[in-house]
Design a protein around this ligand. Structure first.
Ligand code: BES
Ligand code: ZN
Ligand code: ZN
Length: 515
């Protein structure tokens, strides 16, 4: 199998206009003329190449737009890529991340040998250097990502490695940039790891294989441990939801638990449980899906894999938070042994669920995961899942649905969303939605009525969180890119890795202290 692109990001103390490179990347806002202080030396080297380009209207600084200028005998760079940072007044750090992603994608296309990134120079005090370092590193990983491990063709192959230097002359700024780059590099790498696992097809990744990956990860990272429940353990623990969904598949279901324990320090660390749906393939089961687009249902494991990716980043960054990564995994298939519409399933919590549609399987596995989470007595439970087509209808492909039982926790996820650039939008999931989920012959049924499918699904999950503070992220609309957009390689988006990491690193600790 082919190795995916390796990313190498270094900081260098240098004047970016003096650094020898085959690709220099410079960020510019709308309205910049190219003659401003930070660009003037480069513009001179390029014989006014930047200012002429802008004057002609060929580059307007629009977010994620690019223009390529060839170097001169005066410039240290063979090529200069201008990348748009958008409207200066509307600047947010995520714009820098997106610009870095587009530039990194171009660097891959151009097969640049050693790129120099100087996109933070124009932003002034709009964002501090540490944050800039982080978002640029995350963006570089994100934009350079390509999934082609099964493409055997090698001729004219893309470069195996992307080497980037982030150039800065001022020591104090460079130090801060470097700190951010370390964090961003770890999170970016974890996100690419998650994208690759999600992109792997269902004949390669089934629940036992996913469990092996989780075990491997725990072996590699100190401070991370992994426990896996196999089918007989699931039976012993009476995890009826996971067992029911997995019953139709030749691959057995698994319940994966990763644990990260911070080194003991002063005060009690808060506990967070992250729960992710990992259906390695969702055919719909007996309530089978239409064939068109079914291939994308290999991505139905993405929530669980976001949790895996976040655990990887968290265990490397070592925050003072105890974190459980809980990943119930099954393959949803139709067969003679499948669970059926009409079946009544006794779930791990003891509550019974009447199955009305075997395609509403995500919630069946999640409720066992959420109930298991409550047993850890956490300060917060956050679940993430490609749960409903309804969420995708409601919000489209730009934002994930956010629901929950606690306003403070919701606020923290929103904050993490701002920091990570992984967008969420709050939807309701109150008592009124639960009415739809009541069964006549069991405690609950697994589908509601025709309307508000994302909300009724969330209300169903909420029932299993007990008294714990709980939030739910429905990522059905944002799990994949179609391709064709710069910096967004087709396939898994890796959504959730940055959001969950950011939640645990920046906000989860604050919850417990305020209590
Ligand atoms: N995995 C799907 C949801 C999904 C749809 C994810 C599109 C990504 C893209 C989920 O298991 C499902 O099939 N949900 C059903 C629920 C319904 C039967 C109540 C749906 O949304 O149609
Ligand atoms: Zn389904
Ligand atoms: Zn599903």
């Amino acid at each position: 199998m082919k190795q995916l692109i390796k990313v190498d990001i270094k900081k260098v103390k240098a004047d970016f206009t003096e650094r020898k490179t085959d690709l220099l990347v410079v960020g510019m806002f709308e309205g910049d003329k190219g003659t401003e202080k930070q660009y003037s030396k480069l513009n001179n080297q390029l014989k006014n190449g930047i200012s002429r380009l802008i004057k002609l209207g060929d580059f307007k600084g629009k977010l994620k737009s690019t223009a390529l200028i060839y170097g001169t005998d005066k410039s240290a760079a063979d090529r200069v890529l201008l990348v748009g940072l958008g409207d200066k007044k509307k600047f947010e750090p995520d714009n820098l991340r997106q610009a870095a992603a587009v530039a990194a994608s171009k660097a891959v296309e151009l097969k640049a040998k050693k790129s120099v990134f100087a996109i933070h120079h124009g932003i002034g005090n709009k964002c501090d250097a540490q944050q800039a370092g982080q978002v640029i590193a995350e963006g570089i990983y994100f934009g350079s990502y390509r999934y082609d491990e099964y493409v055997t063709k090698e001729e004219n192959g893309r470069s195996k490695k992307l080497s980037v230097e982030i150039a800065e002359n001022k020591s104090s700024v460079l130090t801060k940039l470097g700190k951010g780059m370390t964090v961003g590099g770890i999170i970016g790498e974890a996100q690419s790891y998650a994208r690759t696992l999600s992109n792997r097809p269902a004949n390669v990744i089934n629940p036992p294989e996913l469990a092996k990956e989780a075990r491997k990860l725990a072996r590699q990272i100190p401070g991370l441990t992994c426990t896996v429940f196999n089918k007989s353990k699931l039976k012993q623990k009476k995890m009826g939801g996971v067992l029911a969904v997995g019953s139709g598949s030749a691959s057995e279901p698994r319940f994966i638990v990763l644990r990260y324990n911070p080194r003991s320090g002063k005060g009690k660390a808060p506990t967070v449980c992250l729960v992710g749906k990992a259906i390695t393939f969702d055919s719909g089961g007996i309530s089978i899906k239409p064939s068109s687009g079914m291939q994308d249902m290999k991505l139905d494991k993405s929530g669980g894999i976001s949790v895996l990716g976040a655990m990887r980043a968290i265990a490397k960054l070592k925050p003072k938070v105890k974190v459980f990564g809980i990943i119930p995994s099954a393959e949803n298939m139709p067969s003679g042994t499948s669970y059926r519409p009409g079946d009544i399933v006794t779930t791990y919590s003891g509550k019974t669920v009447e199955v009305h549609n075997t395609d509403a399987e995500g919630r069946m596995v999640l409720i066992d995961g959420i109930h298991y989470a409550t047993e850890q007595k956490p300060d917060a439970i956050v679940d993430i899942a490609t749960l409903t087509g309804a969420c995708m209808v409601a919000l489209g492909k730009h934002k994930a649905g956010l629901m929950g039982s606690d306003d403070k926790l919701i606020e923290q996820i929103k904050q993490a969303s701002e920091l990570s650039g992984e967008k969420v939008w709050q939807l309701p999931c109150g008592e009124e939605y639960l009415e739809d989920m009541k069964s006549k012959i069991a405690d609950l049924k697994n589908v509601g009525g025709k309307w508000g499918g994302a909300c009724t699904a969330a209300a169903f999950l909420r029932n299993f969180a007990g008294k714990c503070k709980w939030a739910h992220i429905d990522m059905a609309g944002v799990d994949m890119f179609e391709g064709g957009k710069a910096g967004q390689a087709p396939g898994s988006s890796g959504f959730g890795v940055r959001l969950l990491s950011s939640f645990v690193l920046n906000t989860a600790g604050k919850t417990a202290k305020k209590k």
